[in-house]
Design a protein around this ligand. Structure first.
Ligand SMILES: NC(=O)c1ccc[n+]([C@@H]2O[C@H](COP(=O)([O-])OP(=O)(O)OC[C@H]3O[C@@H](n4cnc5c(N)ncnc54)[C@H](OP(=O)(O)O)[C@@H]3O)[C@@H](O)[C@H]2O)c1
Length: 250
């Protein structure tokens, strides 16, 4: 490992990814901040920062990005998309879109970096899933299954990577209304309604608006990712946020 470590983070245009990139920069790491459409000015300029284009659903984009990034010490699979809708209203193309990003994107990025980790006998993959995999909520069957698959993927993978001194870990954030996650999911949700579930959907949205319920803050996730990357003794699953921690203890 070089004196300064390098992390590659997916989905850095907003939310957890953006703040995680900022945190690692502040800690003196080299950061490869990736996003579908790289935008200057989101992060402070630094000679330790590189912005690279990456769409995790596109094999060519993954190959180019990993080549351009060069050697890295940690991969954080954070890019993800949401969908809160009754299954009957969801087109199979939307199901595929969710899995392509959240599940296959994570798997493809992991495959792309493993050869260098294995050869160097060092490295860590951190996958950001969700506390909805700890306690099921309605209207999230597709999203939850896309993330639960990543939990299972990561826990199995960790076993075969351990002999090579390569680690895999999970960060499970709770609900974080402060990021753009809901807004980014809205267009997909607008096309995924179903008349028979209209009243039920409304009641679920009303419950989500409960401002007294504990939520997750971006900093909770940033710190959980930092721990997953830097602490070899970190547990396999790290809940992030008061709501996620409560669920993990239930
Ligand atoms: N916010 C929550 O309540 C919550 C709770 C639990 C877990 N999570 C998970 O936390 C992660 C980050 O979410 P967030 O809250 O920070 O949401 P966010 O602000 O919407 O950020 C998601 C990021 O993923 C990127 N992305 C989407 N599709 C992509 C693709 N095909 N290739 C590369 N990047 C792509 C987005 O980039 P573009 O600008 O290119 O769209 C964006 O930078 C996600 O995996 C999400 O499932 C969120």
């Amino acid at each position: 490992m070089s004196a300064i470590s390098t992390v590659l983070i997916t989905g850095c245009s907003s939310g957890f990814g953006l703040e995680t990139a900022r945190f690692f920069l502040d800690k003196g790491w080299r950061v490869v901040a990736t996003m579908r459409t790289p935008r200057e000015g989101l992060l402070p300029s630094s000679e330790r920062l590189r912005l690279l284009a990456l769409d995790v659903t596109d094999a060519d984009s993954i190959r180019r990005c990993v080549e351009e990034a060069g050697p890295i010490d940690a991969l954080v699979n954070n890019a993800g998309v949401g969908l809160l809708a009754p299954l009957e209203g969801v087109a199979l193309s939307s199901v595929r879109e969710i899995f392509e990003t959240n599940t296959f994107g994570t798997i493809a990025m992991t495959q792309a970096v493993l050869p260098q980790f294995r050869q160097r006998r060092a490295g860590v993959v951190v996958n950001v899933t969700s506390s909805v995999t700890l306690k099921s909520l309605p209207l999230l069957s597709v999203y939850t299954s896309s993330k639960a698959a990543v939990n299972a993927f990561t826990e199995s993978l960790a076993l075969e990577l351990a002999p090579f001194n390569v680690r895999a870990r999970l960060v499970l954030p709770g609900r974080a209304p402060s990021t753009s996650f809901g807004a980014n999911a809205r267009p997909r949700m607008a096309g995924s309604t179903h008349e028979a579930y209209a009243a039920f959907t409304q009641s679920v949205f009303a419950a989500l608006g409960d401002t007294a319920a504990p939520v997750t803050h971006t900093q909770d996730v940033v710190e959980a990712v930092w721990r997953a990357v830097t602490d070899p003794a970190a547990p396999m699953r790290i809940p992030a946020g008061a709501d996620a921690v409560a669920l993990s203890q239930a």
